[in-house]
Write a new protein. Structure first.
Length: 220
């Protein structure tokens, strides 16, 4: 009669805690009205023409890239600083939340997870937007664009990153996270998919249902 094995069967590794990252501009907030107002104020103050309507069609990349379209190179640092100095006066109160933004953050937290915001916007202004709108993530990390967002996503162990721009897709992929996109910013669905988005939702109102299915799947 063969002897019974005394070896303990291997156990599956524990599922890491759920962490979902979110972009800010045009993902959680519709920053176009506020940014437009801020560019108009900067234009009036400096006497330099800025096409604010055109500028808000390019939201996502760092501020320096847009400022460089309107000011000579040697003025860019000073104009970036001034833009940020007047930002709270012109941009915060005129910026609404995107549909489903609060619910998306709460959906992550309701599943026992952490919701973090990782954005190219400077961190103090990002926090002011979220506080004004009553959106309460577990952490806010600013100053990161595209692949650089992977630094924060890896640090916090994010499995999912939600954004509206191909730069967000690149950040998610660099971090090894699932890229969930919403075409609510400057990048349409085909462009997001071509960049490597794993999922494209209509907007954030669809995220809670998708997230519940994702959590069920990852726990199997």
């Amino acid at each position: 009669m063969a002897a019974m094995s005394s070896e303990t069967p291997p156990t599956a590794p524990p599922v890491p805690p759920l962490t979902v990252g979110f972009d800010l501009d045009m993902t959680l907030i519709d920053s176009r009205p506020g940014i437009r107002a801020n560019y108009l104020a900067l234009s009036a103050e400096t006497g330099t023409f800025i096409d604010a309507d055109e500028a808000v069609t390019r939201l996502g990349p760092p501020l320096e890239e847009e400022i460089a379209r309107w000011f000579p190179e040697e003025q860019i640092p000073a104009m970036v600083d001034r833009y940020r100095e007047i930002y709270a006066t012109h941009a915060i109160h005129s910026t609404p939340a995107m549909p489903g933004a609060r619910e998306a953050i709460k959906a992550v937290q309701g599943l026992g997870g952490r919701a973090i915001v990782v954005t190219a916007k400077n961190e103090p202004n990002a926090r002011m937007h979220l506080e004004h709108l009553g959106i309460e993530p577990d952490a806010v990390i600013g100053w990161l664009w595209a692949e650089a967002k992977a630094e924060a996503l890896r640090e916090y162990g994010a499995q999912v990153y939600v954004g509206d721009h191909v730069g967000d897709v690149r950040g998610a992929r660099a971090a090894g996270a699932v890229s969930v996109s919403v075409p609510t910013g400057p990048c349409p669905e085909p462009e997001l998919l071509a960049a490597g988005a794993d999922v494209v939702l209509t907007d954030l109102t669809e995220l809670p249902e998708w997230l519940e299915e994702y959590v069920r799947t990852r726990e199997v």
